[in-house]
Write a protein that binds this ligand. Structure first.
Ligand code: GLN
Length: 242
């Protein structure tokens, strides 16, 4: 961070914002402002270059064709790689998560190269689409309460040796491999299958991104009663028998 300003970059809202992904940008922005930080939010469309000077990058979910277009443009652009080399934090959701891996299956049924920022490979699941509420225990190393969210994906994601699972599911499919893992992270690059404004349901993940960006261990507490009520409601919904 420079000039005491947090630069938050939302990647390709024109292609990857199918599931209310703007909510993630709003949550990070708001929680940073509540801590007195000055935030510059940059929404970067797919015909614009990705800035390399961002502190936190968000990339959302999308349907199969926009996902392929986004992957092509991000590969051509190349700047996200540079940003990560400079220490940027990336949080990705579903289609965005698959794009950050080594490869995924595109809308034409072909293997599409990803950015290789996460040591994961996504294939097309042979079974039913993974759809529904999820409750998962986040990697204890990250010190966060359980992840709650909603998944909707056909892809199945296998973790390579250097990726750590973001969480292990109690309810739901997560990466869909049957090993109980959900999402992945490599250093400061995170991916999850939890949709859309997952940070509204898991605001302490937004705080983790802020702590990494600010290089601090703690942030001033804020009133999270509203978030807690939402979390409890969604956890109860996930626990309802289908
Ligand atoms: N096209 C991908 C899949 O189905 C991602 C979909 C999404 O973002 N929901 O696996």
């Amino acid at each position: 961070m420079s000039d005491n300003q947090l630069r938050l970059v939302w990647i390709y809202p024109d292609l990857l914002s199918t599931y209310g992904d703007q909510g993630n940008a709003l949550v990070v922005e708001r929680r940073a402002r509540q801590r007195g930080l000055d935030v510059a939010r940059l929404d970067v469309r797919s015909d614009q270059p990705i800035p390399t000077s961002g502190d936190i990058y968000l990339i959302g979910g999308g349907e199969d064709r926009p996902q392929r277009l986004a992957a092509e443009r991000l590969r051509r652009d190349g700047h996200l790689h540079r940003a990560v080399e400079n220490g940027a934090i990336v949080f990705s959701v579903c289609a965005g998560y698959q794009i950050l891996g080594h490869e995924f299956i595109n809308d034409l049924g072909q293997r599409e190269p990803g950015l290789g920022l996460l040591d994961v490979v996504s294939v097309r699941g042979e079974g039913e689409r993974c759809v529904g509420d999820v409750l998962a225990d986040i990697d204890p190393q990250l010190g966060l309460p359980p992840l709650t969210g909603f998944e909707n994906h056909q892809g199945v994601t296998h973790l390579g040796p250097t990726a750590r699972p973001l969480a292990r599911v109690q309810i739901g499919k997560g990466n869909g491999t049957g090993d109980g893992t959900e999402g992945a992270y490599n250093g400061t690059v995170f991916g999850t299958y939890m949709h859309g404004p997952v940070l509204a349901r898991n605001p302490l993940i937004a705080d983790l991104l802020l702590k990494l960006a600010l290089d601090v261990n703690a942030l001033p507490p804020i009133d999270d009663r509203w978030y807690e009520a939402l979390r409890n409601e969604r956890i109860a919904a996930a626990q309802q028998p289908a």
